[in-house]
Design a protein around this ligand. Sequence first.
Ligand code: CP
Length: 321
Amino acid sequence: MRVFRSVKDLGPLDVALKEAMEIKADRYKYQELGRNKTALLIFFNNSLRTRLSTQKAAMNLGMNVIVLDVNQGAWKLETERGVVMDGDKSEHLLEAIPVMASYCDVIGVRSFARFESREDDYNEKILEQFIQYSGKPVFFMESATVHPLQSFADLITIEEYKERQHPKVVLTWAPHPKALPQAVPNSFAEWMNAADVDFVVTHPEGYELDPQFVGDARVEYDQMKAFEGADFIYAKNWSCPGVTRPEDYGKVLSKDMSWTVSDRQMAVTNNAHFMHCLPVRRNMIVTDDVIESPRSLVIPEAANREISATVVLKRMLEALK
Ligand code: CP
């Protein structure tokens, strides 16, 4: 695997899930694979889970790990070609990428949506430059539009906790005070469309996800109706994807607190498990009672980030041989 950004990069999901379970049973099984190989993890944005779980995954495989926080201690990077660099940015990404790549064997990059241009964000302007100019395998640690390591961990979690075949999985929008990217819901929709689940998306009007991710998934604008009989509730906020009105891209169109996931909505589910990628704002996205309930999976879901990252790095190392 040279690039990991999509569910398609993993191949058959049943094989990937089997591999994940094998690694979960013995996460050090492939410790020799990464000997004398180096993973470089580059963060343009903050992280707790991705940073720690991906470092742990690399260590599980016997790799060396270098972590760079671009905005803390590195030169400020210019990302646009043709700019006269007379401002505060001292180095261009076009030099920085091959230099960074010369110190490692695989590169993980986190670079969120900037909300300056929908076209730039949805064309993955930053990550594409890493793919083009690094000459190394690149995995997405949450980009402008996708968060595949999270969705793979979510899928592993659903597989572990499902109590029936073809469970009903509902992705629900929930309110948040600030504009958040669409990376998590985009990837979650893409991965659920590929999985053996009954997938439903619910959100207020105007929050329609990009068709390249949401595909033919059922969209239900009535949240209570969407929750009926659900086995898994996956809550997430996202800002306007600008599908129907491009001028609204990245805007907060609603802070409707009736969408906060509470016991009221959970009561109509099939005793659903609650999921969220974290970090989560309590009593905006979800009430204390729901996130603390025995049906909440937020902690095992986060723990599975180590497993999804180990599988992805293992696949990349195998491709280097
Ligand atoms: N879910 C997730 O990616 O968490 P971090 O932003 O803390 O890495």
